[in-house]
Design a protein around this ligand. Structure first.
Ligand SMILES: [Zn+2]
Length: 358
């Protein structure tokens, strides 16, 4: 299976935070096929450990996606929801969704008022997530309940993957199934890989639910080095141009600075030895490496770096446009180069790899 094949397959599987089980099983099946042992912890993180010599490295990527949770079933069968994760409310109108019930998946649409009846003062108003109604075609609450819908059921954008010009792919949950596919690609290379440090590959849970799974995995694995694979905000569109210089199709990226800037006030300033490692590897392999420094960005790594006596940390990623919308866009060439870069960098982490600051 190719990296792009994995990406398209994984994008098709709903996996709201806390409901990643089908995504995990799909990845576990691929690990089985590659002959790699794995285990799952109580939160649902999927972990594959590969022995080696040197400082222990944890490379992780999240399986979950954002969405909604059913809060109430109305008398007319419409579903009302709570938002889970950073769903952009501007993208909600008229979208199709999947409701995961105990009886199976249902399709619904986010109701949109008839244009003919929309008043001038309503035209430019964005509804909040708790205000929307999801119409699955039911006429009564009893019908919805008979179909298996219950309070607490997960709701995600209806899965789609669109193949665009230049091989680019747009669709749901590219964040972070693209990372999952990169990590799978890396796992498949292991049989032929040169000796390197002990590595734990982690497909983590509940990232979009305020960054929970990877921290637990790090507590158990006690790595000295942690590498996160997630999106980097592409800034090659006019609305984003101010924020940096990250081009879709321009190769993988590293983050030199991330800061939430609100809420958690968390962020990551990477360990200089890891920045140097990836810069040197990129130069030696002629893989382009883009740089990111962003406020408004927060990843699991913020918490992972604080585990134990501290973990040397670096965010790596792929440029992505239209983040958190149902049409997140990625260039598969960036993903392949990211996997190439990781495969080339890991053997350079020998037993003498220095993490001291002086
Ligand atoms: Zn992500």
């Amino acid at each position: 299976m190719s990296l792009t094949g994995d990406l398209l397959a994984l994008m098709a599987i709903p996996g709201l935070s806390g409901h990643e089980d089908r995504v995990r099983r799909a990845i576990a099946e691929r690990l089985d096929a590659a002959g790699l042992a794995h285990r799952t912890d109580v939160l649902g993180n999927l972990i594959a450990e590969i022995p080696g010599d040197g400082p222990r490295v944890m490379i992780f990527t999240h399986m979950d996606q954002l969405g909604f949770v059913v809060r109430r079933i109305e008398d007319d069968g419409a579903l009302r929801v709570e938002r889970l994760g950073g769903v952009p409310e501007r993208t909600m109108a008229a979208q199709a969704v999947t409701v995961g019930t105990r009886a199976g998946d249902l399709t619904g649409v986010i109701a949109t008022k008839a244009h003919h009846a929309t008043q001038p003062d309503e035209k430019y108003v964005v509804l909040k997530a708790p205000e929307i109604r999801i119409d699955c075609g039911f006429s009564t609450r009893a019908e919805a309940e008979a179909a298996g819908v219950r309070i607490g059921d997960p709701v995600t954008w209806r899965a789609q993957a669109l193949e665009l010009a230049n091989g680019r792919i747009a669709g749901t949950s590219v964040d972070d199934r693209a990372g999952c596919a990169v990590l799978l690609d890396l796992a498949r290379r292991w049989a032929d890989a040169p000796p390197g440090p002990p590595v734990a590959l982690v497909w983590s849970v509940q990232e979009e639910f305020n960054l929970r799974g990877a921290q637990v995995a790090a507590q158990a694995l006690a790595p000295r080095i942690a590498l996160q694979i997630d999106l980097m905000l592409a800034t090659d569109t006019p609305d984003m141009a101010d924020r940096g210089d990250m081009r879709l199709g321009g190769g993988p990226g590293i983050s030199l600075y991330s800061f939430h800037g609100r809420g958690t006030l968390n962020g990551v300033i990477p360990h200089p030895a890891l920045v140097r490692l990836f810069e040197d590897t990129a130069a030696a392999t002629a893989i382009p490496l883009q740089r990111s420094a962003q406020t408004g960005v927060l990843t699991d790594l913020s918490y992972v770096q604080l585990v134990g006596e501290g973990v040397a940390a670096l965010d790596l990623g792929f440029p992505m446009r239209h983040s958190h919308s149902p049409v997140e866009m990625v260039d598969p060439a960036d993903l392949t180069q990211l996997a190439d870069l990781l495969a080339a960098a890991l053997p350079r982490i020998g037993p003498d790899f220095a993490l001291d600051r002086d």
